[in-house]
Design a protein around this ligand. Sequence first.
Ligand code: IMP
Ligand code: MG
Length: 174
Amino acid sequence: MGETIRVLLTEQEVDAKIQEIGERISRDYAGKQVHLVCVLKGGSFFMCELAKRITIPVSLDFMSVSSYGSETKSSGIVKIIKDLDEPLKDKEVIVVEDIVDSGRTLSYLLDLLKDRNPKSLALCTLLDKPERRIVDVHVDYTGFQIPDEFVVGYGLDYDQKYRNLPYIGIVELD
Ligand code: IMP
Ligand code: MG
């Protein structure tokens, strides 16, 4: 079975939004250094573009997690596949995610990172599907709220494909 991708957010719309978030973060954290934590692999495209648009000092780190249970029905129990390289203690941490869906993964992850005593901990996501929320998570920076559709592009995959699309598209099964 094949699929076609229908454009939901164009490259220009996504770029403009990332620029806007970059400016907001630069203002909100003026005089400080932010430490961006990317959740692999989905958050990587967004984080790189965002980092380029932040005008205050930035450091980066990456972690890779997998939720127990199937990809489509995450249990909320997160297994760390690759942990951060550096401690978070006293840093102004911003977790950068591609999408918040049920919120289970992030809620677990944020609790885990909070225990590492960052000076502050914020969450920035490119996309949010509020209709799908099961666990409440506080999102500090949201790019776009989108309807309950399965989307790809800008780091998001369908069966590991389409992460490289420079726009956000809805997967339509043929
Ligand atoms: P949750 O918030 O714990 O349900 O998990 C969110 C994760 O599910 C995201 O980080 C994505 O990896 C994946 N995900 C959720 N919705 C989509 C989608 O529309 N396209 C691609 N991946 C998605
Ligand atoms: Mg993800």
